[in-house]
Design a protein around this ligand. Structure first.
Ligand code: NAD
Length: 497
């Protein structure tokens, strides 16, 4: 019988772990030990202690998974009709709904994120499978206008085996946004979750199998990027790679893909601007700016990590923003504080180094700028919500992704300068604007280089909205109907009659 959310949280808080967590890969419809006995540990960022172990996969585990996925495509899954695929995706959504509490608690424990955020992520997973269940039997081609003597049409065919390389900040959400459209299109999947957060992808694969997904269609191999990840992206029998992670790793992945001419979609980093104009609804803008940078402790590719304020509003807005920030409570993710821990000790020190170096270069630290040990969670990895006034637009604190709870503030004289500053980094993932002037909002939307623009609500929209980056933020789009295209290859057929 399913245990209640409160029972699961109590068990996790009291014992530091949960019973029955998977330790092996999920390959060909079952948990299978790795080909070596090697295991790694995963840590609870709220306590800094290990709470589970998982298999350290390598080339031979990846190969078993890729073989299973290709076999599944030749057998049942390759023969399933679009309507049958749709029904399986609907059943997966239902299975996840029934196990949502456990999945959310595992996700919170593994990533450190607040339980309410993990619950929202799991609701997002359910929605993602529902959405692509509805799309699976609507992937259709065109008829081609060749005149009376020919019949021409196009068919969308599945690309084959799709690799998913998943980061640690939104483990289950990122897994679902790649896996669901791939399955809808008729592909099989081999996923490699981040070594910091391996558990939720394993549980998702198990739930999908329980829901009726044939064996081998969804496989999860855990392990490091250097061993399991590199083996997956260089495997010659993988036909598409969806990579979500850092720019440096994305470059490796693209090089490996080039060797086999494998298709690739890259979802990389960001340094996204949130513009606040003098005519905005200040309350809405304050809520939006805080959520944009402190949700998930700032570890979001699309975090609003650069605040660009029109000069006339600057002083009043910053006073109120800093007052709100002083009140934020930090704590263990399962206790639902305002801000949770960051994901690892190594990442905590990386954030601190970024901020110390920025202060050393003359940028002004307005609040935060230090690691914290909350009384309720003294062993965890916490960084104080931080705000820095940028010294210049070219400073690394403006240019580089910090991936933590660190907001950088820039001032602008008018909309033209706002847009110039917004476009002033190598990243182009997301841009947000708060204004009551719809013409200014649309002008910003048209002139800013970004994969998506949010007007008067940062992070607005859901699975229906295509998502992806330009320039160093990557290329290709996930989510929405656009997200299915990566998993399809178009064939044209022409007949002389
Ligand atoms: P990372 O690049 O270090 O790791 C991401 C994944 O790649 C992990 O699963 C890792 O094991 C794997 N990996 C590492 N080396 C590999 C290799 N040589 N071959 C194949 N796989 C390899 O990134 P991270 O630090 O885990 O994640 C943070 C980064 O991800 C940030 O830059 C963030 O902006 C970005 N991100 C982007 C999006 C997006 O949608 N654009 C979403 C989330 C995170």
């Amino acid at each position: 019988m399913n245990r209640t959310l409160n029972e699961l949280v109590a068990e996790a808080r009291e014992s530091g772990t949960l019973e029955g967590l998977p330790q092996d890969h999920f390959i060909d419809g079952q948990y299978r030990p790795g080909t070596t006995e090697e295991h790694l540990e995963t840590f609870d960022p709220g306590t800094g202690k290990p709470f589970a172990r998982f298999a350290a996969g390598g080339e031979s585990d990846i190969d078993r998974a890729v073989v299973a996925a290709n076999r599944a495509l030749r057998e049942d899954w390759g023969k399933a009709t679009p309507a049958q695929r749709s029904r399986v995706l609907t059943a997966i959504a239902q299975e996840v709904r029934e196990h949502a509490d456990r999945l959310a608690v595992v996700e919170s424990l593994d990533s450190g994120k607040r339980l309410v955020e993990a619950q929202a992520d799991v609701r997002g997973v359910i929605r993602t499978f529902e959405y692509y269940a509805g799309a699976a039997d609507k992937i259709q081609g065109d008829s081609l206008p060749l005149g009376a003597d020919y019949v021409g049409f196009t068919v969308e065919e599945p690309v084959g085996v799709a690799a998913q390389i998943i980061p640690w900040n939104y483990p289950v959400g990122t897994a679902a946004r790649g896996i669901a459209p791939a399955l809808a299109a008729g592909c099989a999947v081999v996923a490699k979750p981040a070594e910091q957060t391996p558990l939720s992808a394993l549980l998702l694969a198990e739930l999908a199998w329980r829901a009726g997904l044939p064996r081998g269609v969804l496989n999860v191999v855990t392990g490091t990027g250097a061993a399991a990840g590199a083996a997956l992206v260089s495997h010659p029998d993988v036909h598409h790679i969806t990579f979500t992670g850092s720019v440096a790793t994305g470059q490796h992945v693209m090089r490996s893909a080039a060797d086999n001419i494998t298709r690739v979609l890259l979802e990389l980093g960001g340094k996204s601007p949130v513009a606040v104009l003098a005519d905005c609804d200040v309350e809405a803008a304050l809520d939006g700016v805080l959520g944009a940078i402190y949700e998930n402790a700032g570890q979001i590719c699309s975090a609003g990590s650069r605040l660009i304020i029109e000069r006339g509003l600057h002083d009043m807005f910053m006073d109120r923003l800093l007052q709100r920030i002083q009140k934020l409570r930090l704590g263990h993710g399962l206790a639902n504080p305002d801000v949770g821990p960051v994901n690892s000790a190594q990442h905590l020190s990386r954030i601190d180094q970024h901020v110390s170096a920025a202060a050393g270069r003359g940028n002004l630290l307005l609040t935060g700028g230090k690691t914290v040990r909350p009384d309720s969670a003294p062993g965890g990895w916490f960084y104080a919500p931080t705000v820095i006034a940028a010294e210049s637009a070219g400073d690394p604190v403006v240019q580089e992704e910090i991936f933590g709870p660190v907001l950088v503030v820039q001032k602008a004289d008018d909309l033209d300068e706002v847009i110039a500053l917004a476009n002033g980094t190598d990243y182009a993932l997301v841009a947000g604007i708060y204004t009551s002037d719809i013409s200014k909002a649309y002008r910003f939307a048209r002139q800013v280089d970004a994969g998506q623009v949010y007007i008067n609500e940062y992070f607005a929209g859901g699975i229906e909205v295509p998502f992806g980056g330009n320039r160093k933020s990557g290329f290709g789009r996930e989510k929405g109907l656009e997200g299915i295209k990566s998993y399809c290859k178009l064939k044209s057929v022409v007949a002389k009659i």
